[in-house]
Design a binder for this molecule. Sequence first.
Ligand code: UDP
Ligand code: MG
Length: 309
Amino acid sequence: MENTLYIVVPCYNEEEALPLSAPVLLAKLEALEAAGLAGQESRILLVDDGSKDSTWDVIKSLHDHDKRFAALRLSRNRGHQNALLAGLEYAASHGDVSISIDADLQDDVNAMDEMLRRWAEGCDIVYGVRSARDTDTFAKRFTAEGYYKLIAALGGEVVFNHADYRLMSSRAVSALLEFPERSLFLRGMVPMIGYKTATVEYERGARNAGESKYTLKKMLTLAINGVTALSAKPIRMIAGLGALLFAAALAAIIIMLIDGASAAAVAAVSAWGAAGLVLLALGVVGEYVGHIYEEVKGRPRYFIMDKLE
Ligand code: UDP
Ligand code: MG
């Protein structure tokens, strides 16, 4: 079996992190080749997700110095998940196996050896799973772990504490590409593929340079996509809540009639509460309707503007 590896790295405004990350990735690639875990044609594929800083210039000079740096440049910022998928698609058509990793190298590159060994044993997907969240603030850890639990409770199949540090064989990527949805939540979609899978633990560090490119808005979008992409349970829960509320209101009215009391104040307050609930319910339903609209339009996920191969 050929074992051409593509390390896929989405990059958005990473002019600070890339110069630090690139040599580390290259050294890792060489070590993997020396250990016989990756073939000589292996590449580091940098995907510029429409950066507004000098990221593309950094990428070009990396490629000029070493042709093992390949690159794709998207026509505009399409977000991490789209950029990653663009890279995976290219990797699957040029190599045998890919490993995706963030440009800030928060994920330990040394977990790649174990991932590739698992692949050699016949696994098509190997999830990088962080063993500790020591480097996260309490708030981040609390919300992130709570979110994984929420998704699981809603019936979504996600690997606990796995983000997008993952090995995928080319046939697993091909399977992923058959999923037509536009709102991507890759870590929720990949487990639906099947095949033989494994997990590899590693410790996640801090970003090596620059600031997080995941704005609160981007993070919320991803989180909401995760729920709506994996489960229709929230809509059902809303229907349940509505039924419960209706029953409670009916009971209250009966009690008020029996008591003959003028509970005007109570009624006013509960009207506000009911209005809030209705709006919340509408919002959740609207979220799904919005997604249906997006999917029906079926717009292209990305356009590639430049390639360095
Ligand atoms: N990223 C991207 N497009 C975006 C935002 C982020 O390609 O619109 C990339 C970014 O360059 C990095 C990865 O996604 O390689 C994860 O981003 P970041 O490390 O900033 O997120 P965090 O670790 O803070 O959640
Ligand atoms: Mg990061």
